[in-house]
Design a protein around this ligand. Sequence first.
Ligand SMILES: Cc1cc2nc3c(=O)[nH]c(=O)nc-3n(C[C@H](O)[C@H](O)[C@H](O)COP(=O)(O)OP(=O)(O)OC[C@H]3O[C@@H](n4cnc5c(N)ncnc54)[C@H](O)[C@@H]3O)c2cc1C
Length: 499
Amino acid sequence: MGIRTGKELLESLRDDRRLFIDGKRVADVTTDPRFAGAAQSLAELYDMQHEPALAERMTFRSPTSGERVGLSFIEPRSVDDLIRRRDMVKIWMDASCGMFGRSPDFMNVFLTGLASGAIELGHKDPHFADNIRAYHARVREGDLCLTHTLVNPQVDRSKPVERQDKDLAAKIVGETASGIVIRGARMVSTLAAYANELLVMPSTHLALNKEAEPYAFGFAVPADAPGLSFVCRPSVIHQNAASVMDHPLSSRFDETDAMAVFEDMKVPWERVFIHRDPAVCNGLYERTGAITQIMHQFSTKNLAKAEFMMALGFAIAKTTGVDAHLHVQGMLSELIQFTEFTRACLRASEADATPGPAETLMPAAMPLWTVRMMYPKMFARMCEIIQLVGAGGLVAVPSYAELEGPAAAAVNTYFQAATADAPQRIKLFRLAFDAAVSSFAGRQQLYERYYSGDPVRLAGALYTLYDKDPHIDRIFGLLDDLEARQNADEWAPPFASAH
Ligand SMILES: Cc1cc2nc3c(=O)[nH]c(=O)nc-3n(C[C@H](O)[C@H](O)[C@H](O)COP(=O)(O)OP(=O)(O)OC[C@H]3O[C@@H](n4cnc5c(N)ncnc54)[C@H](O)[C@@H]3O)c2cc1C
């Protein structure tokens, strides 16, 4: 089949999924006002793949069918492949100002990384490696949209999952001839409202004991699988807005987050990738290389988002003339530094790429880890800078609809700024409010803090995996050398003769 159109995506979402919000089941995500805006934005992303000017940059020929498929499914074999994939991701991310963190390319790259490292899933039973490769091909050829859940629900984080008093985390409760049976819950399923499939994989470190085995699994199911429900957080879209111009980001890019609940859901064996195997779960993404590939994707998202926030900062500051002040220039230069730092790390990861599994090429991990660790702080600061530069204007500007309302004459006069007329100024400041002040902005900040894991434990993981010994050896080598030279009277510091 190959790449889908937006229309085909929207049709595929009119299924039997059990999606709940505000105490009710959603009948149709493509028309429900809490979901329709983001569904439409997602459809526009799919349509971009068909635009003649973009098709070559966004797709490649499937290695199996020869159809054009999305470049986010490519198993990179050269630096050029990494650059082409980055270019494709950037096109989608620019279209969403980097605010659609879980646009389908995220899971496409992640799943592709797992497929490249499939051998890691098949040590005990090669069927599981075959299953993930077959699933990857199926998602690629059908251009399916995936959501995923890796984390057990927050019940009692002081105990490992197999020792919880309230046993609510998803686990295997049985096996049949045709597959496994899953009961319990997983969080957080971003994009659940718009996904065709849910991929459930491990994340938290599991104990290597019998009790932990029921929690050690990986599988995929259709979003409307019997026994699966998604319970969504409330929407961040202002439902009574007079104009979409008042909420230009939240009205289009609220990708939604949900808890996935499994009530004795059956998963056929061909969709099972890990079965009661904590040893396979722990460290899986490092061993397959999937984490490095996905860091390359989300660093590209981070670049697009930093460029957008920087552009916003420049535009606001110029409009009201505050860029005349040195400290404002200082804040705007911070936005430049964040952008160029992220770009440099991304490019370095490509330049220093190394061989990965199955003849793939892996971007260098350390520049991407650096973005992963630093970006949450950088993004929080970007929002703060927009607030500090926009200041009271962010809440003083009215709804865009006032430009045509009974107060239009006054609004068109008094909402001008130094280099903008009133419509321009209102549009710009409403965009800035949505990006840095609104509940959408708050959710974006939370997303950046946590979407790739808990920063505390990630910092520990980075420290553990970083090759520290050469650096320690260098320090002791320097000291030994100094000591040897001193003992040989080769080197006498000035203070030695003074005594
Ligand atoms: C907006 C958003 C979207 C997300 N989307 C997805 C998604 O699509 N798919 C998905 O799988 N996940 C998603 N996540 C979930 C994300 O993976 C988790 O939030 C992240 O792994 C942190 O886990 P937690 O939220 O359970 O926090 P917790 O583990 O409960 O941590 C809360 C606090 O307690 C501390 N803490 C807890 N346990 C320990 C410990 N053992 N050692 C040290 N400190 C500890 C943490 O440092 C932190 O400060 C999303 C999260 C957010 C916020």
